[in-house]
Design a protein around this ligand. Structure first.
Ligand SMILES: [Cu+2]
Length: 159
């Protein structure tokens, strides 16, 4: 538990620094997946499926049966904190990425990592229909086994 007491800036830096290293490892073996507990659910609290929203709108992430932990955090003995992870928001991503390996790096307003443990984001999207879906993943950005993924919702953005 000692590592949890590190200053937030150090945690954020660790999470940021971990990404390129993980990408480099992609070409080798598949990463070990972290188990998710039975009944864990990820969902979008807001907006509602089918809602009409303004260009700038807030997306609120919901999670039941698991906890949030910033990316890159391990216990003193090198293990992930059990039943934890961080959110990823996929915007207008038609097909889910492979769920047995590291998720692709952050792409603003399309493929977002919330490695500091954030549970909401303000989006600014062009008018029209857009889809939103959450994928929860572990300390190393690898979805849990079984994966904890929200329903994909559709919103209509208006000026
Ligand atoms: Cu991530």
């Amino acid at each position: 538990m000692k590592k949890l007491l590190l200053p937030a800036a150090v945690l954020a830096l660790a999470a940021f620094a971990a990404l390129p290293l993980l990408r480099a490892a992609d070409h080798h073996d598949k990463p070990k997946r972290t188990p998710s507990p039975k009944g864990a659910v990820s969902y979008i609290v807001n907006p509602a499926d089918g809602a009409t929203v303004k260009r700038k709108f807030k997306v609120v992430f919901g999670l039941t049966g698991m906890g949030i932990c910033p990316a890159g955090i391990l216990t003193a003995d090198g293990k992930p904190l059990p039943d934890t992870g961080h959110h990823h928001l996929l915007v207008d991503v038609d097909q889910l990425p492979p769920l047995d390996t590291h998720l692709a790096p952050d792409q603003p307003t399309r493929y977002m990592h919330f490695g500091k443990g954030q549970t909401e984001v303000m989006l600014d999207l062009a008018p029209g229909k857009h889809t939103l879906q959450l994928v929860f993943a572990d300390h190393a950005h690898v979805p849990h086994d079984p994966p904890v993924i929200s329903k994909k919702i559709t919103v209509t953005v208006v000026e």
